[in-house]
Design a protein around this ligand. Structure first.
Ligand SMILES: [Zn+2]
Ligand SMILES: [Zn+2]
Length: 304
């Protein structure tokens, strides 16, 4: 896999302390009048937050269970491929516009790089196909966690509609952001180098698009996975009348304030789960699980 640059830290991130301050903070935690396990938890959070690699897309993917990592990486590669096709097609078309004046060329260049409605539709279809696969896998995993050897069934009706709507929203919002960023990037280029030739702007925009697609695709792939799983899990719990049970957030040590708060809540009821959804934000690798393995009738278990 290509190297994935660090994403911007969340504004609500627990402050990442430099080594000397971290040492002091850990000593202070030792003096807190809280339980030993709470102290350990706080120390782990401080240490994880101090690790600047804790929120790269790569690190988040690595924190997922092995079989889920592969799903995310496969989807990431597909998205990147699609993005590269888009960029090359745009570049070829843009190169054909060299007879235009510079101003018209730049306007046409942006238009070529921007994602069209047709492409959004294609991406929606692709994301929906992926979500259907992830749904089946997630339901199968939940059934297994209940001790049942049954496979998930492809979603239908309202569930299929919900997955389609998630896919549409994702494809649209990714395209909107991308289209805005292309314009912004070209403005930056022409401001920095006002007298560049057409080739220069084309080359630089291509370079920018290639770099950007790597980590954007990773984010989309990861989000598709975690969001779909959470939805499937919730439907599984609802349909199998497991919402009276107790739940707990799980996954790697959280480093942002939203997730730290959810972890600190410990064992919670369904109402809390509904009001505090996980994943809590982009790149959040956390999810809820049942505290105890429920006794279910495998024959009548709802699997989609
Ligand atoms: Zn978080
Ligand atoms: Zn999280």
């Amino acid at each position: 896999m290509a190297t994935i640059p660090t994403i911007k830290k969340l504004r609500t991130h627990v402050p990442p302390l430099p080594p000397d301050k971290l040492e002091l903070a850990l000593q202070e935690v030792d003096r807190l009048a809280v339980s030993l396990s709470a102290r350990e938890q706080i120390k782990q959070i401080l240490k994880a937050a101090a690790n600047e690699n804790s929120e790269t897309v790569e690190a988040v993917i690595a924190s997922l269970p092995k079989d889920r990592q592969q799903i995310v990486i496969d989807l990431l590669l597909k998205l990147q491929q699609q993005e590269q096709q888009h960029t090359s097609a745009a570049a070829i078309l843009a190169a054909g516009l060299t007879l235009l004046s510079l101003a018209s060329f730049l306007a046409a260049l942006v238009a070529q790089f921007q994602v069209t409605a047709d492409e959004i539709e294609l991406r929606t279809d692709m994301l929906l196909r992926e979500r259907v696969n992830i749904w089946i896998k997630a339901i199968t995993d939940e059934a297994r966690a209940c001790g049942c050897d049954r496979s998930g069934v492809a979603p239908s009706g309202a569930d299929l509609e919900a997955l389609r709507s998630m896919s549409e929203k994702a494809a649209q919002s990714v395209a909107d952001t991308y289209n805005r960023d292309v314009q912004r990037q070209l403005n930056k280029l022409t401001k920095a180098v006002p007298d560049g030739d057409k080739d220069y702007y084309l080359r630089e925009l291509r370079k920018w698009a290639a770099n950007r697609s790597v980590w954007k695709s990773a984010q989309i792939a990861l989000n598709t996975e975690t969001q779909t799983r959470e939805y499937a899990r919730r439907r599984f719990w609802e349909m199998n009348k497991l919402t009276e049970r107790k739940f707990i957030a799980t996954g790697v040590t959280p480093t942002c304030k939203i997730c730290v708060r959810i972890f600190a809540a410990g064992v919670v009821g369904w109402d809390y789960v509904r009001r505090n959804p996980l994943p809590a934000h982009i790149n959040c690798p956390h999810y809820y699980k049942l505290v105890h393995k429920p006794k279910v009738d495998c024959k009548t278990l709802w699997v989609g």
